[in-house]
Design a protein. Structure first.
Length: 155
């Protein structure tokens, strides 16, 4: 009788009592929007003139330096773009005759509102649970980028 009493009543009470004594540690993650060291992986669609290009994207940002890898299925047709955040991203092979304002694009990718850049429009279609952008479009004249960010990492 005592064995059943312990098993069904006292054991759960002792378990609850002991677990209530445990301390909960509070984890403070890096503020993603303030982080200068991050990685965004996903897909990008670029439409310009009468061409449409799609690629997987791996954007790594460390302080003022960016490293963007764009590649097709199985890693074929890879292009790597590196530079400083103050540069304008120019790749005739990817963007035709257009260039992207990198410092603004970095903020747009992270969902940070910036002063408007004449002729550029940014729209967010969806967000991850942590509030980071998941799907966005960036448009300028005849250039249209649709960016899907599958995975964010902050360091």
């Amino acid at each position: 009788m005592m064995n059943k009493l312990f098993r069904w009543i006292l054991f759960p009470l002792v378990f609850v009592w002991l677990s209530s004594c445990a301390t909960v540690s509070t984890f403070h993650p890096v503020n993603p929007k303030a982080s200068e060291h991050w990685r965004a992986q996903g897909k990008i669609l670029v439409r310009y003139q009468d061409k449409i290009e799609t690629a997987s994207m791996d954007w790594q940002q460390e302080a003022g330096q960016f490293d963007v890898r764009l590649y097709g299925p199985l890693g074929l047709g890879a292009t790597e773009l590196k530079g400083r955040s103050t540069d304008r991203l120019v790749s005739k092979q990817i963007l035709g005759d257009y260039s992207l304002p990198v410092s603004q694009l970095i903020d747009w990718l992270k969902g940070i509102k910036t002063k408007s850049v004449p002729g550029w429009a940014v729209q967010y279609q969806s967000y991850h649970q942590d509030g980071m952008p998941k799907l966005m479009t960036v448009a300028h004249q005849n250039l249209y980028l649709r960016i899907f960010i599958d995975k964010w990492q902050f360091f």
